[in-house]
Design a binder for this molecule. Structure first.
Ligand code: G4P
Length: 533
């Protein structure tokens, strides 16, 4: 292998690019913060306060940035843990949830699913997990808040299996729960890890004492009764549990389960260590060449290539430019690289790329497969665009996600109709908003989005970039699905409507979640699809 290839292979092998999927409040921010603490990026992780009341547009990380003085860009951050270069992609939750959140997942090579031990698998986690399943993204499960009263650990594993239809395999097992949670048992080595809190509020790493399970000291620490209970649980687990295989994990068929408490740092270190070992380095991605044939893009062998997974709207008045975030899929990126833009069929210089290194906001000189770069977008980049050094191929289009928020939107001033139409066209092209048309053409267009934030961004950008003030009237639909099958024979609930998307595909809007379930049962010959890949 040439020296350059060797360097590339080494850089690629060292990288882990992942996203956290969770329902709001499960502990994503706390876990992210602990990653920074354990990687040495910050020395005194404390609680990140004031997030709850923040503005809708600010991501958790932006709030963290302000409070901790850490420089974190809006889309990803990079740091080193145990000689491994970690890229964490931001997947906003709460009111920030939007199509961006889904699309960001496509840029990850694996995901950490954070579950609240008391609440189990919640709605938003399910939705995000579906994207992982669709894209065959391997998922590690982090069952959080073990320091609080929660569900039985075996029940939680069963819930993961039943709700998400994936096998689960416990990597560690909690020793005690709630107030008694004092350690975890490594299921493979049968070693107990007992944790000791060093500082209040988890501001410092927890100390770990390692003792083999079958040892007098362990028995003494736990007491005979609890020791026997633990052995029993372990036996049950071995009978009922699934064997773990790295191959099945990478194929998305089994998820390793870890029990921990992010807040107290109990179980964090063994989790991160396992994560670095289990999570895949950037791997081959599929693309289509100009003849329409499927080709493999190898992260090391193929010269630089990347695709746009997120556009950051011009939300900050001080920085007028908008940013395009690119996931590098292969090769090496150098500053000022001139690349081929596949959709536009022209060359683009990637100047002023922004680094994502926590600790310092830098201009990036070199980046490799797995890394995320943010470049100024002078209107040339749309979601899903492929750029590459050699040209001649396009990464597979990003999936489309069922919208859940619907509205009619009009310019306040009818005289601004032309600018309004132009702006809306631009925003739909960028994938910032979806536009739906009724079949009979008598009604107005319906604006659709995955999250409320998308409407806010749209309104802001129409005003800022097209000088059009808008009125938004919400429509009473709660969910939707694409219809596969004959729309004439589809038995539609009375309050539902069938409209078409910009590619003339029928999409049904439902007034209530249960109506959708009902429609699925009523129409066994039709298919209702939430995500179009
Ligand atoms: P999110 O980003 O997924 O929305 O969750 P976040 O980390 O903000 O955590 C939500 C709440 O849960 C926070 O409390 C946080 O302190 C708490 N939490 C996270 N991990 C653990 C854990 O392992 N054990 C316990 N007991 N609590 C945990 P909050 O009071 O809502 O916010 P804050 O005011 O403390 O920031």
């Amino acid at each position: 292998m040439a020296l350059e290839q060797e360097q590339l292979a080494e850089a690629c092998e060292k990288r882990r690019t992942f996203a956290i999927i969770s329902h709001p409040d499960a502990g994503k921010t706390t876990l992210t913060e602990k990653l920074l603490l354990y990687s040495g990026m910050i020395h005194t992780a404390g609680m990140v306060r004031g997030r709850k009341g923040r503005k809708a547009a600010a991501s958790d990380w932006m709030a963290m940035e302000q409070e901790r003085g850490i420089s974190i860009t809006a889309s990803a951050m990079q740091f080193t843990y145990n000689n491994t270069i970690i890229n964490v992609l931001d997947t906003p939750g709460h009111e920030d949830f939007s199509e961006d959140t889904y699309r960001t997942l496509t840029a990850a090579d694996c995901a950490i699913m954070v579950i609240d031990a008391a609440k189990g698998v919640e709605r938003q986690t399910r939705k995000l997990f579906e994207v992982c399943r669709l894209r065959k993204i391997p998922v590690l499960t982090f069952i959080n808040k073990m320091d609080m009263p929660g569900q039985d650990p075996l029940d939680l594993m069963n819930e993961v299996e039943n709700v998400l239809q994936i096998h689960s395999s416990a990597f560690n097992w909690p020793i005690g729960t709630g107030k008694e949670f004092c350690g975890v048992l490594n299921c493979a080595t049968k070693e107990c890890l007992f944790f000791t809190k060093i500082a209040a509020g988890g501001a410092q790493k927890a100390a770990i004492t390692r003792i083999p399970l079958y040892n007098e000291e362990t028995k003494e620490r736990l007491g005979k009764e609890y020791f026997e209970k633990l052995i029993q649980e372990l036996e049950l687990l071995e009978m009922a549990g699934n064997p773990f295989s790295q191959k099945e994990f990478l194929a998305g068929n089994v998820t390793p389960i870890f029990f921990a408490s992010a807040l107290t740092n109990f179980g964090i270190e063994p989790f991160f260590d396992a994560f670095v070992n289990l999570a895949p380095a950037p791997h081959t991605r599929m693309a289509n060449n100009d003849k329409g044939e499927e080709i493999e893009i190898d992260p090391v062998q193929t010269p630089f290539s990347a695709y746009v997974f997120k556009l950051q709207a011009n939300m900050d008045k001080r920085h007028r430019d908008s940013m395009a975030f690119l996931r590098i899929c292969s090769g090496r990126f150098d500053r000022d690289l001139v690349v081929k833009h596949h959709r536009l069929g022209k060359e683009v210089r990637l100047s002023r790329p922004h680094g994502m290194v926590a600790g310092e906001r830098t201009t990036l000189d070199i980046a490799y497969a797995g890394d995320v770069i943010g470049v100024i977008n002078p209107g040339v980049f749309a979601i899903g665009d492929t750029i590459s050094l050699t040209g001649g191929f396009n990464f597979k289009p990003l999936p489309q996600f069922q919208p859940e928020i619907f509205a009619r939107v009009q310019p306040k001033d009818v005289g601004k109709r032309k600018s309004f139409d132009k702006g809306v066209l631009q925003l739909t092209d960028e994938g910032a908003i979806q536009l739906l048309r009724p079949y009979d053409l008598s009604g107005d267009l319906i604006f659709a989005a995955v999250g409320q934030l998308q409407f806010e961004v749209m309104q802001y950008r129409l005003k800022d970039e097209y000088s059009v003030e808008t009125i938004i009237n919400s429509l009473p639909y709660q969910c939707s699905a694409w219809l596969i099958g004959d729309k004439e024979t589809f038995k539609k609930p009375t309050t539902a409507v069938i409209v078409q998307d910009r590619f003339d595909r029928p999409i049904i809007l439902f007034g209530e979640q249960w109506e959708k379930q009902y429609a699925i049962k009523q129409n066994p010959d039709h298919q209702l699809v939430d995500i179009l890949s």
